[in-house]
Design a protein around this ligand. Sequence first.
Ligand SMILES: Nc1ncnc2c1ncn2[C@@H]1O[C@H](COP(=O)(O)OP(=O)(O)O)[C@@H](O)[C@H]1O
Ligand SMILES: [Mg+2]
Length: 218
Amino acid sequence: MTNILSGKKLSKEYRTVVDKVLVFENINLEIEAGSATAIIGQSGRGKTTLLNILSGLDRPTSGEVFLNQERIDNKSEKDLSDFRNRNIGFVFQHHYLLEDFTALDNVLIPLRIGGKKIDPETADWALELLSNLGIYERREHYPDQLSGGERQRVAIARALVFNPLVVFADEPTGSLDKKNSAMVEEMLWELKDKWNKTLVIATHNMEIAKKCSIIDLG
Ligand SMILES: Nc1ncnc2c1ncn2[C@@H]1O[C@H](COP(=O)(O)OP(=O)(O)O)[C@@H](O)[C@H]1O
Ligand SMILES: [Mg+2]
Protein backbone atom coordinates (compact mmCIF):
# COMPACT_ATOMS: atom_id res chain seq x y z
CA MET A 1 0.00 0.00 0.00
CA THR A 2 1.25 3.42 -0.91
CA ASN A 3 1.45 6.29 1.48
CA ILE A 4 0.27 9.35 -0.42
CA LEU A 5 0.08 12.04 2.23
CA SER A 6 1.96 12.39 5.46
CA GLY A 7 2.37 14.92 8.21
CA LYS A 8 5.40 14.83 10.49
CA LYS A 9 5.37 16.57 13.85
CA LEU A 10 2.87 19.15 12.70
CA SER A 11 2.23 22.07 15.01
CA LYS A 12 0.25 25.19 14.38
CA GLU A 13 0.18 28.36 16.37
CA TYR A 14 -1.76 31.44 15.31
CA ARG A 15 -0.27 34.71 16.48
CA THR A 16 -2.38 37.81 16.62
CA VAL A 17 -1.57 41.17 18.15
CA VAL A 18 -3.24 40.24 21.39
CA ASP A 19 -2.60 36.54 21.82
CA LYS A 20 -1.16 33.26 20.64
CA VAL A 21 -3.35 30.26 19.96
CA LEU A 22 -1.67 26.87 19.93
CA VAL A 23 -4.11 24.85 17.84
CA PHE A 24 -2.28 21.52 17.87
CA GLU A 25 1.16 20.12 18.49
CA ASN A 26 3.24 17.27 17.10
CA ILE A 27 0.63 15.57 14.99
CA ASN A 28 1.98 12.66 12.96
CA LEU A 29 -0.19 11.09 10.31
CA GLU A 30 0.03 8.88 7.27
CA ILE A 31 -2.67 8.52 4.68
CA GLU A 32 -2.78 5.69 2.18
CA ALA A 33 -3.59 6.16 -1.47
CA GLY A 34 -7.22 5.41 -2.21
CA SER A 35 -8.34 5.64 1.42
CA ALA A 36 -10.84 7.96 3.06
CA THR A 37 -9.83 9.83 6.21
CA ALA A 38 -12.10 11.91 8.42
CA ILE A 39 -10.71 14.68 10.61
CA ILE A 40 -13.14 14.95 13.49
CA GLY A 41 -13.29 16.92 16.74
CA GLN A 42 -15.28 19.65 18.39
CA SER A 43 -15.63 23.06 16.89
CA GLY A 44 -12.44 25.10 17.26
CA ARG A 45 -10.16 22.07 17.66
CA GLY A 46 -8.33 22.74 14.42
CA LYS A 47 -10.02 20.57 11.77
CA THR A 48 -10.00 23.32 9.16
CA THR A 49 -6.48 24.33 10.13
CA LEU A 50 -5.17 20.77 9.70
CA LEU A 51 -7.04 20.29 6.42
CA ASN A 52 -5.63 23.54 5.07
CA ILE A 53 -2.11 22.56 6.07
CA LEU A 54 -2.41 19.11 4.47
CA SER A 55 -3.78 20.62 1.27
CA GLY A 56 -1.13 23.32 1.04
CA LEU A 57 -3.55 26.20 1.60
CA ASP A 58 -1.76 27.05 4.83
CA ARG A 59 1.59 26.17 6.41
CA PRO A 60 2.41 24.57 9.74
CA THR A 61 4.33 26.60 12.32
CA SER A 62 6.64 23.60 12.50
CA GLY A 63 6.69 20.14 11.02
CA GLU A 64 6.60 18.80 7.48
CA VAL A 65 3.97 17.82 4.94
CA PHE A 66 4.67 15.36 2.13
CA LEU A 67 2.30 14.71 -0.73
CA ASN A 68 3.25 11.87 -3.04
CA GLN A 69 6.77 11.88 -1.50
CA GLU A 70 7.20 15.56 -2.28
CA ARG A 71 7.64 18.04 0.55
CA ILE A 72 5.11 20.84 0.11
CA ASP A 73 5.19 23.01 3.24
CA ASN A 74 8.42 24.74 2.27
CA LYS A 75 7.51 25.54 -1.33
CA SER A 76 7.27 29.14 -2.48
CA GLU A 77 3.78 30.65 -2.71
CA LYS A 78 3.79 30.32 -6.48
CA ASP A 79 5.09 26.73 -6.57
CA LEU A 80 2.61 25.78 -3.91
CA SER A 81 -0.30 27.23 -5.79
CA ASP A 82 0.78 25.44 -8.99
CA PHE A 83 1.21 22.23 -7.05
CA ARG A 84 -2.23 22.57 -5.47
CA ASN A 85 -3.85 23.26 -8.77
CA ARG A 86 -2.30 20.16 -10.33
CA ASN A 87 -2.51 17.64 -7.52
CA ILE A 88 -5.35 18.55 -5.26
CA GLY A 89 -9.10 18.71 -5.70
CA PHE A 90 -11.48 20.55 -3.40
CA VAL A 91 -15.13 19.77 -2.83
CA PHE A 92 -17.13 22.62 -1.35
CA GLN A 93 -20.46 22.46 0.37
CA HIS A 94 -22.05 25.01 -1.90
CA HIS A 95 -20.37 23.99 -5.15
CA TYR A 96 -19.14 27.53 -5.79
CA LEU A 97 -19.87 27.26 -9.47
CA LEU A 98 -19.44 30.53 -11.31
CA GLU A 99 -22.91 31.62 -12.39
CA ASP A 100 -21.77 33.40 -15.56
CA PHE A 101 -20.06 30.31 -16.96
CA THR A 102 -21.55 27.22 -18.55
CA ALA A 103 -21.17 23.78 -16.96
CA LEU A 104 -18.31 22.97 -19.34
CA ASP A 105 -16.53 26.26 -18.67
CA ASN A 106 -16.89 25.76 -14.93
CA VAL A 107 -15.14 22.41 -15.30
CA LEU A 108 -12.34 24.02 -17.29
CA ILE A 109 -11.69 26.78 -14.73
CA PRO A 110 -8.91 24.99 -12.79
CA LEU A 111 -7.09 24.42 -16.08
CA ARG A 112 -7.40 28.08 -17.01
CA ILE A 113 -6.15 29.13 -13.57
CA GLY A 114 -3.29 26.65 -13.99
CA GLY A 115 -2.36 28.43 -17.22
CA LYS A 116 -2.96 25.28 -19.26
CA LYS A 117 -3.93 25.82 -22.86
CA ILE A 118 -7.36 24.39 -23.54
CA ASP A 119 -6.45 22.30 -26.59
CA PRO A 120 -8.99 19.92 -28.18
CA GLU A 121 -7.59 17.02 -26.16
CA THR A 122 -8.15 18.88 -22.90
CA ALA A 123 -11.67 19.89 -23.90
CA ASP A 124 -12.35 16.24 -24.78
CA TRP A 125 -11.21 15.11 -21.32
CA ALA A 126 -13.56 17.64 -19.69
CA LEU A 127 -16.41 16.43 -21.91
CA GLU A 128 -15.57 12.83 -21.08
CA LEU A 129 -15.82 13.65 -17.39
CA LEU A 130 -19.20 15.31 -17.90
CA SER A 131 -20.31 12.30 -19.90
CA ASN A 132 -19.14 9.86 -17.23
CA LEU A 133 -21.04 11.85 -14.67
CA GLY A 134 -24.21 11.77 -16.75
CA ILE A 135 -24.41 15.51 -17.47
CA TYR A 136 -22.94 15.73 -20.98
CA GLU A 137 -26.32 16.92 -22.29
CA ARG A 138 -26.18 19.82 -19.85
CA ARG A 139 -22.72 21.05 -20.85
CA GLU A 140 -23.91 24.39 -22.24
CA HIS A 141 -26.29 25.08 -19.34
CA TYR A 142 -25.58 27.81 -16.83
CA PRO A 143 -25.65 26.85 -13.13
CA ASP A 144 -29.10 28.39 -12.59
CA GLN A 145 -30.38 26.09 -15.34
CA LEU A 146 -29.20 22.99 -13.50
CA SER A 147 -30.76 20.97 -10.69
CA GLY A 148 -28.94 20.67 -7.36
CA GLY A 149 -27.73 17.19 -8.29
CA GLU A 150 -26.48 18.36 -11.67
CA ARG A 151 -24.63 21.27 -10.11
CA GLN A 152 -23.05 18.86 -7.68
CA ARG A 153 -21.84 16.71 -10.61
CA VAL A 154 -20.36 19.71 -12.35
CA ALA A 155 -18.47 20.39 -9.13
CA ILE A 156 -17.16 16.79 -9.11
CA ALA A 157 -16.06 17.09 -12.72
CA ARG A 158 -14.26 20.31 -11.81
CA ALA A 159 -12.56 18.65 -8.83
CA LEU A 160 -11.38 15.88 -11.18
CA VAL A 161 -10.28 17.85 -14.21
CA PHE A 162 -6.61 17.83 -13.24
CA ASN A 163 -6.94 14.22 -12.17
CA PRO A 164 -5.84 15.14 -8.62
CA LEU A 165 -4.16 12.72 -6.24
CA VAL A 166 -6.15 13.79 -3.22
CA VAL A 167 -9.56 15.39 -2.79
CA PHE A 168 -10.19 17.52 0.32
CA ALA A 169 -13.54 18.54 1.72
CA ASP A 170 -14.17 20.83 4.71
CA GLU A 171 -17.51 20.08 6.39
CA PRO A 172 -19.00 19.12 3.04
CA THR A 173 -22.41 18.43 4.58
CA GLY A 174 -22.14 21.05 7.33
CA SER A 175 -25.31 23.04 6.79
CA LEU A 176 -27.15 20.92 4.27
CA ASP A 177 -30.55 19.28 4.69
CA LYS A 178 -30.86 15.51 4.67
CA LYS A 179 -31.41 15.13 0.97
CA ASN A 180 -28.53 17.33 -0.12
CA SER A 181 -26.34 15.85 2.54
CA ALA A 182 -27.02 12.38 1.11
CA MET A 183 -26.14 13.67 -2.35
CA VAL A 184 -22.80 15.05 -1.22
CA GLU A 185 -22.04 11.82 0.64
CA GLU A 186 -22.80 9.79 -2.45
CA MET A 187 -20.52 12.02 -4.46
CA LEU A 188 -17.67 11.55 -1.99
CA TRP A 189 -17.90 7.75 -2.16
CA GLU A 190 -18.05 7.95 -5.91
CA LEU A 191 -14.82 9.97 -5.94
CA LYS A 192 -13.21 7.28 -3.85
CA ASP A 193 -14.67 4.10 -5.30
CA LYS A 194 -15.17 4.97 -8.95
CA TRP A 195 -12.39 7.48 -9.49
CA ASN A 196 -9.93 5.99 -6.96
CA LYS A 197 -9.28 9.30 -5.25
CA THR A 198 -7.85 9.62 -1.77
CA LEU A 199 -10.28 11.58 0.40
CA VAL A 200 -9.57 13.77 3.42
CA ILE A 201 -12.73 15.15 4.99
CA ALA A 202 -13.13 17.45 7.98
CA THR A 203 -16.55 16.61 9.30
CA HIS A 204 -19.01 16.44 12.17
CA ASN A 205 -21.08 13.97 10.24
CA MET A 206 -20.65 10.57 11.91
CA GLU A 207 -22.36 8.79 8.99
CA ILE A 208 -19.42 9.90 6.87
CA ALA A 209 -16.79 9.49 9.56
CA LYS A 210 -17.71 5.89 10.33
CA LYS A 211 -16.76 4.91 6.78
CA CYS A 212 -13.34 6.53 7.15
CA SER A 213 -10.09 6.20 9.06
CA ILE A 214 -10.31 8.74 11.83
CA ILE A 215 -8.02 11.53 12.97
CA ASP A 216 -9.64 12.76 16.17
CA LEU A 217 -8.59 16.22 17.36
CA GLY A 218 -10.66 15.80 20.51
N1 LIG B 1 -6.45 33.06 11.12
C1 LIG B 1 -6.54 32.80 12.42
N2 LIG B 1 -5.97 33.59 13.35
C2 LIG B 1 -6.05 33.31 14.66
N3 LIG B 1 -6.69 32.26 15.17
C3 LIG B 1 -7.29 31.42 14.30
C4 LIG B 1 -7.26 31.64 12.88
N4 LIG B 1 -7.94 30.65 12.27
C5 LIG B 1 -8.39 29.84 13.26
N5 LIG B 1 -8.01 30.29 14.48
C6 LIG B 1 -8.26 29.64 15.78
O1 LIG B 1 -7.70 28.33 15.72
C7 LIG B 1 -8.55 27.37 16.32
C8 LIG B 1 -8.90 26.27 15.34
O2 LIG B 1 -9.74 26.78 14.30
P1 LIG B 1 -10.29 25.85 13.14
O3 LIG B 1 -9.16 25.14 12.51
O4 LIG B 1 -11.13 26.71 12.26
O5 LIG B 1 -11.18 24.80 13.95
P2 LIG B 1 -12.36 23.83 13.48
O6 LIG B 1 -12.34 23.74 11.99
O7 LIG B 1 -12.08 22.51 14.16
O8 LIG B 1 -13.63 24.41 13.99
C9 LIG B 1 -9.73 28.15 16.84
O9 LIG B 1 -9.51 28.43 18.19
C10 LIG B 1 -9.72 29.41 16.01
O10 LIG B 1 -10.29 30.49 16.73
MG1 LIG C 1 -13.72 24.20 10.52
